[in-house]
Design a protein around this ligand. Structure first.
Ligand SMILES: *Cc1c(COP(=O)(O)O)cnc(C)c1O
Length: 239
């Protein structure tokens, strides 16, 4: 193996062990949690190595970086998740490669995603990004809809041609009442997910937990964790 492949294999094994331990501690089966590796800022060659090592889900947060990477990796058996703040003028490009958009947070974006999904003849999985630092009806600093806006946005996605409502996503807030309280933040997301499933029973995905807090997310019931730096290394620049 190359040095990079060795390094990624070792990091992946560590993350896999952490997920397995967290599942065991919570009395959950390992297959209840899906690992999504966040490859943002890292090259297509790393994505290729990850696929060789058995990774099946990858995520990106900027279309400019993601579009060429997904193109270069289109021969690989990967599911692509878009997890970044998304401008409507990037929607056509993102719908070209993303299987899931986890950062749906406003009605204008739903309309644009629906239009492009229909145009492309695709069904796009959508997660609503919930901002837990926004107050009930505000918007998050880094995107996301406040808890009070979930119901209306969910109905909009569920009724939009080309879109499928799959669940909720959050990023542990750096400010507000949940700052430094990742587990409490993820518990709140689980409650919101339970509420959502009363009217949308198929929206079962709960995407929470990153490199530093995946254990807390798995402990409370997350179905998907999004792990970047613990697999690929500390990112060379902000992203
Ligand atoms: C970058 C990013 C991650 C991964 O973060 P790490 O701390 O590198 O694991 C997860 N989710 C989103 C939305 C991200 O932008």
């Amino acid at each position: 193996m190359t040095d990079r492949k060795d390094e990624l294999a070792a990091n992946l094994a560590k993350v896999e062990r952490r997920i397995a331990d967290a599942c065991a501690a919570a009395g959950r089966a390992r297959d209840e949690v899906t690992l999504i590796v966040v490859t943002k800022t890292y090259p297509a060659s790393d994505v290729r190595i990850l696929a060789e090592l058995g990774v099946r889900h990858v995520a990106e947060n900027r279309d400019q970086d993601a579009a060429p990477k997904a193109e270069a990796c289109s021969d690989l058996p990967l599911t692509w998740h878009f997890v970044g703040q998304l401008q409507t003028n990037k929607v056509r490009s993102v719908v070209g490669y993303a299987d899931f958009v986890q950062s749906v947070d406003r009605s204008k974006l739903v309309t644009a995603l629906s239009k492009e999904a229909v145009r492309a003849g695709r069904e796009l999985g959508c997660l609503l990004q919930v901002a837990l630092d926004a107050g009930e009806s505000g918007r998050g600093e880094r995107g996301g809809v406040g808890p009070g806006g979930i119901g209306e946005l969910a109905d909009l996605v569920a009724g939009a041609p080309g879109l499928r409502l799959d669940g909720l996503m959050t990023v542990a807030p750096l400010t507000g009442e949940y700052a430094g309280r990742e587990r409490a933040a993820f518990e709140r997301l689980m409650v919101l997910s339970t509420d959502l499933r009363r009217s949308h029973p198929a929206a079962t995905m709960v995407s929470a937990g990153m490199s530093t807090d995946l254990e807390q997310a798995v402990a409370v019931g997350a179905t998907h964790v999004r792990v970047g730096s613990a697999v690929l290394g500390v990112r060379p620049r902000l992203g």
